[in-house]
Write a protein that binds this ligand. Structure first.
Ligand SMILES: Cc1ncc(COP(=O)(O)O)c(C=O)c1O
Length: 384
């Protein structure tokens, strides 16, 4: 059996440095936090449910949704009473106008556009396309908080847009919506968020202390197994998509930490890390992620691999927690009808790129990927 060495553990999620408590609050309020019609809930899926419920679209309303999606956004839309009609993305992960046109009928009320991995879609084009057909444009910027396009914030062209604050900063939770019909403020009782903030602190320590990194490395698969077994026991088969109470406000810790964490340099720090990884691993990165647009705020660094599960394991042994980017679609998706989305789910592996990474962390990621690649190529050669 292969010996696992102590190694710093690097995850996709931004960590929470302990010195955050000594930081002054920032006065900077990036979009959508500077908008009167912005509402913040615990999760973006709750914001989606709230925004669509406030629209009262009726029982026949259909939304055009990419087959390449997380799943929780689909669940929130279904729970809000919408019908989903899926479209395939093109090789640049954009909707195809001709493909969309074929899906239109009198019941279609909205186009759902996902800004994948913090890379802006051409929202201005899609807004004009929607306006010409009297459709709503919905921008899913869950992974694109702080991203801009031609100086305009991502999310500002849509009739509504959604953001995950905790994907950009080491917060326990926080999902925002900005909408032309603002939903009600969350009214359920507030959670403390202490446990999740503590875990983000531990993640920070694990990036700096090999011993903690090792425990992290060993503990994570056990935790995943435990959560999965528990869900199976409770017959909650798609727990990762559950909406929960849509009136849940962001936790106390999120409200306390967010103004301390907001920083005008965050998107550029992420871009700097992305450029470094692109410089070393660029040939593994598929379009459109192989060149970095000016205003992107990368959520993760994607590489394309053929044996993703083995690759992930090899990365983990080297302290890098990659993520198979949306392995499981929402159960309502007829998977076989959308081959490109299926291939993306099986082969697109996301690596950490967040602003808390140091140069040594980035070098560790590059080395881990190169070693995993060489190891798997050698294994394939032996098997062949
Ligand atoms: C594209 C997209 N939309 C919506 C969501 C839902 O976000 P949350 O987990 O905050 O509900 C996610 C979550 O990963 C996502 O990736």
């Amino acid at each position: 059996m292969k010996k696992i060495r102590p190694v710093n553990s690097l995850l996709i999620w931004p960590t929470l440095p302990p010195q955050v408590y000594f930081k002054a609050k920032s006065n900077w309020r990036p979009f959508p936090l500077d908008q009167d019609n912005c509402r913040i809930y615990s999760k973006a899926r709750q914001a989606i449910w709230q925004a669509f419920t406030s629209l009262n679209l009726g029982p026949d309303a259909v939304i055009l949704m990419p087959a390449y999606h997380h799943g929780s956004e689909v669940e929130a839309l279904l729970k809000a009473g919408l019908k989903i009609r899926y479209y395939e993305v093109n090789e640049l992960l954009e909707p195809d106008p001709a493909g969309l046109e074929a899906l239109l009928d009198a019941n279609v009320c909205a186009l759902y556009l996902i800004h994948y991995l913090g890379f802006p879609q051409d929202a201005l084009f899609w807004r004009q396309w929607c306006d010409a057909r009297q459709l709503l444009l919905v921008e899913d910027a869950a992974q694109a908080f702080l991203a801009t396009q031609q100086g305009q914030p991502v999310g500002s062209h849509g009739h509504m847009a959604f953001f995950c604050l905790y994907k950009t900063y080491g917060l326990p939770d926080g999902g925002a919506v900005v909408s032309s019909v603002p939903p009600p403020f969350p009214s359920a009782s507030r959670q403390s968020g202490l446990w999740r903030a503590f875990k983000r602190h531990i993640n920070w320590v694990a990036t700096r202390r090999k011993e903690v990194g090792l425990v992290h490395l060993l503990f994570k698969p056990v935790q995943t197994w435990w959560n999965r077994s528990l869900s199976e026991l409770k017959k909650q088969h798609h727990k990762e998509f559950e909406v929960g109470n849509p009136s849940t406000p962001p936790s106390t810790m999120t409200s306390f930490l967010l103004p301390k964490l907001l920083d005008e340099g965050t998107a550029e720090d992420r871009r700097k890390n992305y450029r470094f990884l692109l410089g070393h691993l660029g040939e593994m990165v598929p379009p459109p992620f192989d060149s970095l647009p000016e205003g992107a705020s990368p959520f993760a660094f994607p590489i394309e691999v053929s044996d993703a599960k083995s690759f992930l394991l090899r990365l983990r042994h080297r302290g890098v927690g990659g993520l198979l980017f949306w392995l499981n679609p929402h159960p309502s998706l007829p998977v076989a009808d959308f081959p490109r989305s299926k291939a993306l789910r099986e082969g697109l592996l996301a690596l950490p790129v967040h602003q808390e990474l140091t140069m040594a962390d980035l070098e560790q990621i590059v080395q881990a990927v190169q070693e995993a690649r060489v190891g798997l190529t050698a294994k394939a050669a032996v098997a062949g």
